[in-house]
Design a protein around this ligand. Structure first.
Ligand code: SF4
Ligand code: SF4
Length: 195
């Protein structure tokens, strides 16, 4: 275990965090990423502020943040960053480290896991199951609040009551991608990106 600012990290996580710190060292805090991010209002730290935390070595704070789970991986920040920092991928790697290092499951982490479970199962999204999986793990009673919205979407034909699966060949390809990522994560748990 390595200590970084008082927190014990596994050697793999410590070295992954050191690599991230090196990558963000060129961030000039211009705020382009924060100004471009569609989910910044829902984050506790904007992408710019998160880069600053990482520059300061406040990894524990960054790994506990809601920011890493609110990212929709739209890549706008990465495309616009004048310093060519791969902000989106860095957030993905932080998600992987948070899981590998046993950080407490947040609502964002639960949603992320439920989302991936559904995609793995059908090869595409099936919103009703996503919501059920999320609420069962996070807040079972919340499903009562989500039901009227689900019903309204169903009545307008926006969601289907039954899942649509990818054809067998496509689904097999999706599952091979999941398996390849899992194999990478086993080999270097904290270094791999987590969707
Ligand atoms: S856009 Fe790039 S340089 Fe500017 S604050 Fe964000 S990460 Fe830093
Ligand atoms: S990739 Fe994530 S952090 Fe970057 S702009 Fe999109 S939502 Fe925001």
């Amino acid at each position: 275990m390595n200590h970084i600012l008082g927190r014990r990290f596994s050697p793999a996580a410590a070295s992954a965090l050191e690599r991230i710190a090196e990558e963000v060292s060129v961030c000039m805090q211009c705020g382009t990423c924060a100004g471009s991010c569609p989910t910044a209002p829902a984050m506790d730290y904007t992408p710019r502020a998160l880069m600053r935390l990482l520059q300061a070595g406040l990894f524990d704070e960054a790994l506990r943040s809601r920011t890493i789970w609110m990212c929709t991986t739209c890549y706008t920040c990465t495309v616009r960053c004048p310093r060519d920092i791969h902000v989106t991928d860095i957030l993905g790697r932080l998600r992987g480290i948070a899981i590998a290092e046993g950080y407490a499951e947040t609502a964002g982490m639960t949603f992320n896991k439920a989302f991936l479970d559904v995609v793995r199962r059908y090869g595409r999204m099936f919103e009703p199951e996503l919501l059920i999986r999320y609420h069962l793990r996070q807040e079972p009673l919340g499903i009562l609040g989500a039901a009227p919205i689900g019903l309204a979407l169903f009545q307008k034909g926006k969601i289907s009551p039954l899942p649509e699966r990818l054809p067998a060949e496509g689904l097999a390809q999706i599952r091979r991608i999941f398996e390849a990522v899992e194999a990478r994560q086993k080999a270097a748990p904290a270094a791999s990106s987590h969707a």
